[in-house]
Ligand binder design. Structure first.
Ligand code: UT7
Length: 325
């Protein structure tokens, strides 16, 4: 089996900042409530850019940091819950934008675990020798599927994109991976697509509501449970103590989820890298935006271990232990 290295990261967020006070003019909420219940202070909201636009910018940044030619990319996997279209896939639009003519492209739908699932899939293609270089993107325009009158959800989310370049390597950069799903709890976080509405269905002109609804408490409990489980299992599988992990980068959903998990694990919550105060929950983009920040700020050095963990709609979860090379 081939070894897999992470050789570049990139991210992009829209320039428009919407802070909690601004949201308190549209729904019955307050800066104090949002910060105390979530840790979020502000989020970036698209003023017109779609998922492929942001994904393209994150991809260009990642390709620059990986110092590869665009023509080297043989695979593009894009994780999103907010594609531009049903057809074509958003990954194909990014391929066109960046002119990655040698790439096979497809999207995956795993909500907030999307980047983890994407890296996992790309790593398998590289390990087996099918492809040598892959671009994995997590990108979301959640603002287009949010009910901006629902204070239970609209305060949580933001828009953005991130990307990671993986390559067949001399050294092993991905020490262990774990993923899982629980479809039986899928209704805890849902955004419906188009209902069956053809000449046989009898659903005449069904009014489609494509906005997010969520059982926040159910997701909260699930998130804490899988975060703890994944940290323990991935540390065991990688033969490392929790102290040896430089950063745990969780999906950036809610600071209280992270504090609860840290307490259960008996570790300082400072080990968890967070930037959700600035960007809110950007679903499939969130882990990659944080990972890119960690690399770009030179917070890690060769040999450090980073654990990235996702959880969310599906329900889905997954984590990857990375060694910085
Ligand atoms: O990527 C995964 C996506 N989802 C998540 O990560 C969500 C996980 N869950 C959460 O983060 C939390 O459950 C929330 C932040 C969504 C909610 O926090 P909570 O502590 O579970 O609050 P709650 O739903 O129990 O609501 C408490 C009260 C309610 O009022 P009453 O019934 O006690 O009078 C809500 O109506 O707070 C009210 N409330 C709000 N008040 C002000 C709910 N949202 C708001 C709001 N501003 N935005």
């Amino acid at each position: 089996m081939n070894k897999v290295e992470i050789i570049g990261t990139g991210s992009y967020v829209p320039s428009k900042i919407v802070d909690n006070n601004e949201l308190s003019h549209t729904v019955d909420t307050s800066d104090e409530w949002i910060i105390s219940r979530t840790g979020i202070k502000q989020r970036r909201i698209s003023e017109g850019e779609d998922t492929s636009d942001m994904a393209t910018k994150a991809a260009i940044n990642a390709i620059k940091s990986a110092k590869i030619e665009v023509s080297d990319i043989e695979l593009i996997i894009l994780a999103t819950a907010t594609p531009d279209n049903f057809i074509p896939s958003t990954s194909c639009i990014v391929q066109k934008n960046i002119k990655a003519v040698n790439a096979t492209c497809f999207d995956i739908s795993a909500a907030c675990s999307g980047l983890i699932y994407g890296i996992d899939a790309a790593a398998q293609f590289i390990r087996t020798g099918r492809f040598n270089t892959a671009l994995v993107i997590g990108a979301e325009t959640l603002s287009k599927i949010i009910d901006w009158k629902d204070r239970n959800t609209c305060i949580l989310f933001g828009d953005g994109a991130s990307a990671v370049v993986l390559r067949k390597g001399e050294e092993e950069g991905i020490l262990s991976i774990k993923t899982g799903s629980d479809g039986s709890k899928g209704r805890a976080l849902i955004c419906p697509a188009v209902p069956v509405n053809n000449f046989l269905s009898g659903n005449e002109m069904y009014l489609n509501k494509s906005t997010v609804s969520m059982d926040g408490k159910e997701i909260f409990k699930f998130a804490v449970k899988v975060l703890v489980k994944l940290v323990q299992e991935l540390a065991d599988e990688s033969n490392c103590d929790l102290e040896e992990i430089k950063y745990i980068i969780p999906h950036q959903a809610n600071y209280r989820i992270i504090e609860c998990a840290a307490k259960k694990l008996g570790i300082n919550s400072n080990k968890f890298y967070t930037n959700l105060d600035l960007y809110g929950n950007t679903s499939a983009a969130s882990i990659g935006i944080a990972l890119d920040e960690v690399y770009k700020k030179s917070l890690v050095k060769r040999g450090d271990k980073i654990l990235i963990i996702g959880f969310g709609g599906g329900l889905t979860y997954g984590g990857i232990m990375i060694e910085v090379l």
